[in-house]
Design a protein around this ligand. Sequence first.
Ligand SMILES: Cc1ncc(COP(=O)(O)O)c(C=O)c1O
Ligand SMILES: [Zn+2]
Length: 423
Amino acid sequence: MALTATEPAASTGSFGPATALSCRECGQRVELGPTFACEFCFGPLEVAYDFTPGAVTRESIARGPKNIWRYAGLLPVPADVADLPNMNPGLTPLVRADRLAAELGLRSLHVKDDSANPTHSFKDRVVAMAVEAARTFGFRTLSCSSTGNLAGAVGAAAARAGFESCVFIPAGLEEGKVVMAAVYGGKVVAIDGNYDDVNRFCSELIGDPAGEDWGFVNVNLRPYYGEGSKTLAYEIAEQLGWRLPEQIIIPIASGSQLTKIDKGFQELIALGLVEDRPYRIFGAQATGCSPVARAWEAGHDVIQPVKPDTIAKSLAIGNPADGPYVLDICRRTGGSVVHVGDDAIVDSIKLLARTEGVFAETAGGVTTGVLRALVADGVLDPEASTVVLNTGDGLKTLNAVADSGVTATIKPSLDAFKGAGLV
Ligand SMILES: Cc1ncc(COP(=O)(O)O)c(C=O)c1O
Ligand SMILES: [Zn+2]
């Protein structure tokens, strides 16, 4: 097939305050480049910064665009990033969830509703970062292994920014996610296997001439991609009036998002943008794919991979790359990692919809289900300010709540309405 995309716009090629990639295991530093594993110990690389004190203030952030680029000074992107063609996600609502709080017996609860992003999941944040890195490194094709939401986010961002795209998903994903990935005109390849098979395949493809010139947002661009999740931490703090929440519940697939929200909170403290007060991070998994929660329960430091079997397909990663770091963070902050079954996920989607008018995908059912379990077990402090993440849109996982439908079908007459027992 002929290439149809225009050339991606050029950027200044600067990474802002980022200075290097550093190994999370051995601390070795390497130049900023399209790499993701330490050549000394194979540990994961992450972006390291040299922030100039006072360069980013609450006021400078408030003057910025109404999207993630208001935090550009804390991200590995050029200062003019807001002028480049990108999906410009972020600044999604932090919904004050008084009715759900009352039902659960909590004093202060908010739902961070990240379904309000351009492709209806938090993945637009991470992809926006990867797009800027891909532009700088001169890639023309964007790719990823995806549990569904990422594929849609990559397809849309590639279309907007003028990249080709070819994304890989496990066969059998929800129709809403497949259509959403395909409609932007890129290639969508379903692999006969689960996400972990797709991920392994992508690692092979990246070492082959067929894929070596591609920017895989969650493989060779993973250090940059991951930084996008820090913006959730920044936004939550800003929307709470520059305070950290005392308790937060975050879904886990690979675990990247959870680790980067913690990194974001730590940066805000280090930069003096919020008061240094303790916060507890809780990880949420579906019972049918709960390798991190199982390790937590067993008190292990290593994750035993599992074969996923759950309706929460977006979280169905059986061998999560960041699992051990999630365990460290939940331990350090006094949180925990908890799993809930598919029935509780469905009930929790409905509870969130009924009490707050937020229609979550199954991942939001997982976090809300874990919130309920933590309250029921007396783990959460009911007086503490609590945030629960909804990271995706219920319209993409309609089947999970397919038993919700019309209350009655009647003839168009008052008699029929009155006779139907509705009033
Ligand atoms: C809706 C949704 N929430 C949360 C996650 C978890 O992301 P992570 O892999 O960073 O743990 C995903 C990942 O695909 C997702 O699609
Ligand atoms: Zn290393």
